[in-house]
Design a protein around this ligand. Structure first.
Ligand SMILES: C[S@@+](CC[C@H](N)C(=O)[O-])C[C@H]1O[C@@H](n2cnc3c(N)ncnc32)[C@H](O)[C@@H]1O
Length: 333
């Protein structure tokens, strides 16, 4: 659940290098520990997918984006390439371009020349990856004012930078909205609507419901990179929360849940086992799973309705020829 009532944390550090301003709202050890303890105490066990993204998790995700089976990245990139001028025209004059979950800031490069933002604000939870990606981008685009912020957008958060007068545009690619259960997705879209303000815009990439085999292949690649990405979560918990997961005793599992229209990623316990995390013990039955990610897939109708309920009207939708992925241009009502 998004905790909307919590007060957003203040930036703990603000750093200005030659190329970027960086604001650190990074979630601390205590909040990660309590969320992991909580998730492992529930039935079924679960851990929030935001914890995938330490430096290695971000690198593995970048590798996933290159895989043959992982169609979402190349499909969304092709849509953005094809329609970037239209996107820029719809955005018109505006003050700041804010990217949610910017990762390696690869997709924004497609839009920058056409959209010419005065300021670009990449927001991501993966601190080191965010800093290096933002610095590389700022070096490539010396005319661009880059304000990067390490935040967790699944909890209360705020922008570190007050955009000058004019509209704000948010960019939320990668179908990351699909990682939220529908109620949380609704709340996050409402927060983005507040962030960009009246008549503000959101450009968002959303994966579509499609053949189960294509979906399942995308999360079960032959080279095993997605499995490594999934298992890296346990490695991270071992390193950061003093846990003793043996990665050989867990297996990657991903399947399409047709009832809920979502891919589910799990880690299955291969044996009965006790695991310690920062002094607290948890028992896994043989074949018990730890739910690590959901990735909801949306029809155009369902996503348009979700956006409408959150206060956005849909100005344009672009899709690929196979109708596998869509990019929406939304405007706050
Ligand atoms: C699926 S990847 C998408 C990356 C990139 N936007 C793309 O389209 O390829 C999700 C990105 O969102 C970031 N992320 C995940 N959960 C987050 C959270 N709760 N708050 C901020 N960033 C988050 C991850 O670090 C990662 O870079």
């Amino acid at each position: 659940m998004l905790t909307q009532t919590k007060t957003a944390p203040e930036a703990v550090t603000e750093t200005r290098s030659n190329s970027i301003a960086f604001y650190d709202f990074h979630p601390q050890f205590d909040s990660m520990l309590s969320e992991v303890w909580q998730g492992l105490s529930e039935t079924p066990k679960k851990i929030h997918p935001k914890f995938f993204y330490d430096a290695r998790g971000s690198q593995l995700f970048d590798q996933i984006c290159q895989l043959d089976e992982y169609y979402p990245t190349r499909t969304e990139v092709a849509i953005l390439e094809k329609y970037k001028q239209e996107i820029a025209e719809l955005a018109g004059e505006y003050a700041a371009l804010i990217e949610m979950g910017s990762g390696s800031s690869h997709k924004i490069r497609i839009l920058l020349d056409a959209m010419q933002p005065a300021a670009y604000l990449p927001l991501d939870i993966s601190r080191d990856h965010l800093i290096s990606s933002s610095q590389r981008l700022a070096e490539e685009y010396p005319w661009l004012d880059v304000h990067a912020a390490c935040i967790d957008y699944s909890t209360a958060w705020k922008l570190p930078y007050r955009a000058e007068k004019g509209q704000k545009v948010a960019f939320f690619p990668g179908s990351s909205i699909g990682n939220f259960d529908p109620e949380d997705a609704h709340n996050l879209l409402k927060e983005i609507a507040q962030l960009v303000g009246p008549k503000g815009n959101l450009i968002i990439g959303v994966d579509r419901v499609k053949d189960k085999n294509i979906l399942e292949a995308a999360y079960n690649d032959h080279s095993g990179i997605t499995a490594q990405f999934n298992l890296n979560l346990l490695q991270r918990i071992n390193e950061e929360l003093d846990a003793n997961f043996d990665l050989n005793n867990f297996s990657h599992k991903a399947f399409f849940n047709t009832e809920l229209n979502r891919i589910e990623m799990h880690l299955t316990s291969n044996i009965p086992q006790y695991i310690k995390v920062a002094g607290k013990t948890f028992f896994f039955e043989q074949d018990e799973t730890l739910h690590t990610e959901s990735s909801y897939k949306y029809s155009i109708e369902n996503f348009t309705q979700l956006a409408l309920n959150a206060g956005f009207k849909c100005k344009q939708i672009w899709s690929d020829e196979k109708d596998w992925f869509s990019v929406y241009f939304l405007q706050v009502n």
